[in-house]
Design a protein around this ligand. Structure first.
Ligand SMILES: [Zn+2]
Length: 415
């Protein structure tokens, strides 16, 4: 790209950094794509925005969220704080879900996610005899309504088992024929976990879609469905199209065993979503002291070449009675819990809610000429500082169009 040009650009975002403490550059945008990234770029543009030194990147990517069952604390009774209670209470609540209220609850979370700089998310949607297709219909509308700001992919999900409830299999099959983007399962809630894994893969193969499993949610290293998932991934040639979430029993293993598993995951092209808020809330309930953290060591797996992300999972429900759909907050929580300290670790954690998370969902997510002009500004000199300080999210554009703006904080000093 030439230094000066007579072409008219749609937008130029000036004075931003694209590297930690890097030189200020201008980002010029035309037809929804990044046309140039250069210092002092001389051009005519319809709109010019001063980034005021902000860090500009491709936006946050939430690889694992449950929009359908968010914000239901008011209709659940939680007193144990265990996984069993969460599954039981949520199953009871979802029998009463109606399409309109699922839409309203999901919209509340999506709008928060947008204002926190999330530009892409994979949401699970439970489709079974209790939920029917009501949540699915609501989330499809959400996907359309908020496409101006966030790309949402829908995982048709069997939360409560398949072998024990064969009609769920047919319902997932129908959803995959009518707008679901991928299929997901949860072997640990099924009486026959390995058969469950096979049934989910059968749907993935039939519809030629990716797979996402909730896996090994315990602190017991010997109780694992991971070999079944690795075996099925290789047997079906699904490398690069399989993700697993939680795998909290990695937190109970010796580091040598974690690294052995990391190498198997990297070889099989299986990505991992770590879900710190839920994992911290539900694990270790039986302990009175020295409570285990129960969070998989994402940074060790990432360093071994596993595509690894940190994600929201649940918001304000029995699985996680907290949440604001902020990924920079989740990245900070992970880094804090994992006792990380080095700058390179902060950069790796930032990638787990940015570029690596995008890769997990099969997209590039990088700021470069030619790429989609989806850009988020952080009030930060760069990714490492952003993780340490939970950087404020300033504004965002999707395909060159402004999608949100958080305004500028102002101090009202006494006169
Ligand atoms: Zn989940």
């Amino acid at each position: 790209m030439s230094k000066s040009t007579d072409h008219l650009f749609d937008l130029v975002i000036r004075n931003v950094r694209i590297e930690e403490n890097g030189a200020l550059v201008d980002v010029a945008i035309r037809d929804g794509r990044i046309a140039a990234i250069e210092p002092d770029f001389r051009c005519e543009a319809i709109e010019s925005v001063d980034g005021q030194g902000a860090f500009a990147f491709g936006g946050f990517v939430d690889t694992h969220i449950h929009l359908d069952k968010a914000c239901i604390l008011d209709r659940c009774e939680i007193c144990e704080g265990t996984l069993a209670e969460a599954v039981r209470e949520t199953a009871r609540a979802k029998a009463g879900f109606a399409e309109g209220e699922v839409y309203a609850r999901a919209a509340r979370v999506v709008e928060k996610a947008i204002s926190h700089g999330t530009v892409r998310m994979r949401t699970f949607v439970e489709i079974d005899p209790r939920a029917g297709f009501r949540s699915f219909e609501a989330i499809k509308r959400i996907r359309d309504e908020y496409a101006f700001a966030v790309d949402i992919e829908i995982c048709a999900f069997a939360q409560d088992g398949l072998t024990n409830e064969p009609e769920t299999f047919d319902m997932l099959d129908a959803a995959l024929s009518s707008g679901a983007d991928l299929v997901g399962g949860c072997p640990y809630t099924d009486p026959n976990p390995s058969r469950h894994v096979e049934m989910v893969f059968a749907l993935a193969v039939k519809h030629n879609v990716p797979v996402d499993f909730h896996l090994d949610f315990s602190l017991d290293p010997d109780r694992t469905d991971l070999p079944a998932v690795i075996d099925a991934t290789l047997r079906h040639g699904w490398q690069g199209r399989v993700a697993i979430g939680h795998v909290t029993n990695l937190s109970a293993m010796l580091q040598a065993d974690v690294l052995y598993i990391a190498d198997r995951l990297a070889d099989a092209g299986i990505a991992l979503s770590v879900l710190p808020s839920t994992d911290l809330f539900l694990n270790g309930r039986g302990y009175e002291q020295l409570i285990p953290r129960g969070v998989a060591p994402a940074h060790l797996l990432a360093a071994r070449g596993v595509v690894t992300s940190i994600a929201t999972n649940n918001v304000l429900n029995p699985f996680t009675p907290f949440g604001d759909a902020s990924l920079i907050r989740m990245a900070n929580l992970y880094a804090n819990v994992a006792q990380l300290l080095r700058d390179e670790d902060m950069a790796s954690v930032f990638a787990m809610v940015g570029e690596a998370a995008a890769r997990q969902l099969g997209v590039a997510g990088q700021m470069q000429p030619g790429a989609e002009a989806t850009i988020v500004l952080l009030d930060s000199p760069g990714p490492r500082a952003a993780v340490r300080e939970i950087a404020r999210v300033v504004a965002g554009w999707k395909n060159g169009r402004r999608s949100f703006d958080n305004g500028k904080p102002r101090l009202h000093r006494p006169a």
